[in-house]
Design a protein around this ligand. Structure first.
Ligand code: SF4
Length: 328
């Protein structure tokens, strides 16, 4: 297999947090705790999990909007983790982030043209203003935005159109990788489908890679080639899409997949209810982080944290029950 575009190795993001105790105790929050994966050029890795599992922190840590505590990020053959100054700025051109709420990330006092053109202006990429405006027009068309709206302000657009502005801004200097952090979760279902289709067609046209972060397994299924399931800062299972949805190995993945609403005529299996809340990452359970909610938990699960092990050709699972694990 070719060298991956992105290789994330044992990435951790820990926060120190005050406990609120009288004499100023501190605790460590392990938001991302030893995440590793590869992403091939032109592919999409979906990252799913419940709210608070660390998926958004993972995305922001990969792009170094948040500095990692430890671990390594290799991007296009370079060690992105150690870059600084001009080298980091240059490498950042290859990686962009699309947010869940584009409105919050769009400057309300800037026109659409200037929001999209900001990256060009910072990098002084084009020689003339006409060249700059041509490029802005081109990406607006690619993103499905009406060129008559170039001089309008963000508040004049709907949620779906604002997300298109966010996408146009991300692609104006063609990146290699876009991290999409819940890009459609604030949108109506019909608009969600249009934005997903836009991302897919841009991927084809520009040979983009995506990390697509979402809590919604049915949305992730539509766009991903591979899917990673996160829980309390850990990857519980990662596999090619077909294998993961057809044959989930980890009890947590099985529960999430059983809860996906079925289409008319689709076989309905038994829904596995997840009881209790996701524990606090400031006080994660010992052993397997899922054992407090797992219907298959065994004594070993509260003692030993299972490693991510290969269970099939492109299918890895962290569970003592999985084939290949020997500690159960
Ligand atoms: Fe459940 Fe144990 Fe597997 Fe964790 S290791 S998912 S608790 S069976």
């Amino acid at each position: 297999m070719a060298e991956p575009l992105l290789r994330v190795s044992d990435l951790k993001k820990y926060y120190s947090m005050k406990t609120g105790k009288l004499f100023g105790g501190k605790t460590i929050v392990k938001a991302v705790d030893g995440v590793s994966f590869d992403l091939q050029a032109g592919q999409t890795l979906g990252i799913v999990g419940e709210s608070g599992c660390g998926k958004s922190t993972l995305g922001k840590t990969i792009i170094r909007l948040i500095e990692p505590t430890s671990g390594k990020i290799m991007l296009d053959g370079d060690d992105y983790t150690t870059l600084s100054g001009g080298d980091l700025k240059k490498a950042r051109r290859k990686m962009k982030l699309i947010f869940q709420d584009p409105f919050a990330s769009l400057n309300p006092r800037m026109t659409v043209k200037d929001i999209i053109g900001e990256n060009i202006d910072i990098d002084h990429t084009y020689a003339t203003k006409a060249e700059r405006d041509d490029r802005i027009r081109e990406v607006m068309e690619m993103s499905g935005l009406n060129l008559d709206f170039m001089d309008r302000y963000p508040h004049e657009f709907s949620g779906g159109q604002r997300q298109r502005i966010g996408i146009a801004r991300a692609i104006v200097l063609p990146p290699k990788l876009i991290i999409c952090d819940e890009p459609v979760s604030a949108l109506d279902v019909s608009i969600q489908a249009k934005i997903i289709n836009l991302l897919k067609s841009l991927q084809k046209e520009m040979k983009l890679s995506y990390i697509f972060i979402s809590h919604d397994l049915s949305v992730v299924k539509h766009i991903s080639d591979r899917v990673a399931v996160m829980y309390l800062g850990h990857i519980m299972e990662i596999a090619d899409k077909a294998s993961l949805y057809r044959d989930p190995q980890n009890p947590y993945t099985q529960a999430l997949i059983s809860a996906i609403p079925k289409m008319p005529g689709e076989a309905t299996g038994e829904k596995i209810e997840l009881v209790g809340d996701i524990p606090s990452p400031a006080n994660p359970p010992r052993g397997c982080c899922f054992h407090t909610r797992c219907v298959h938990a065994m004594p070993v699960c509260s003692q030993i944290q299972p490693e991510l092990k290969q269970v099939d050709r492109d299918h890895w699972c962290a569970c003592h029950l999985c084939q290949g694990c020997s500690k159960a």
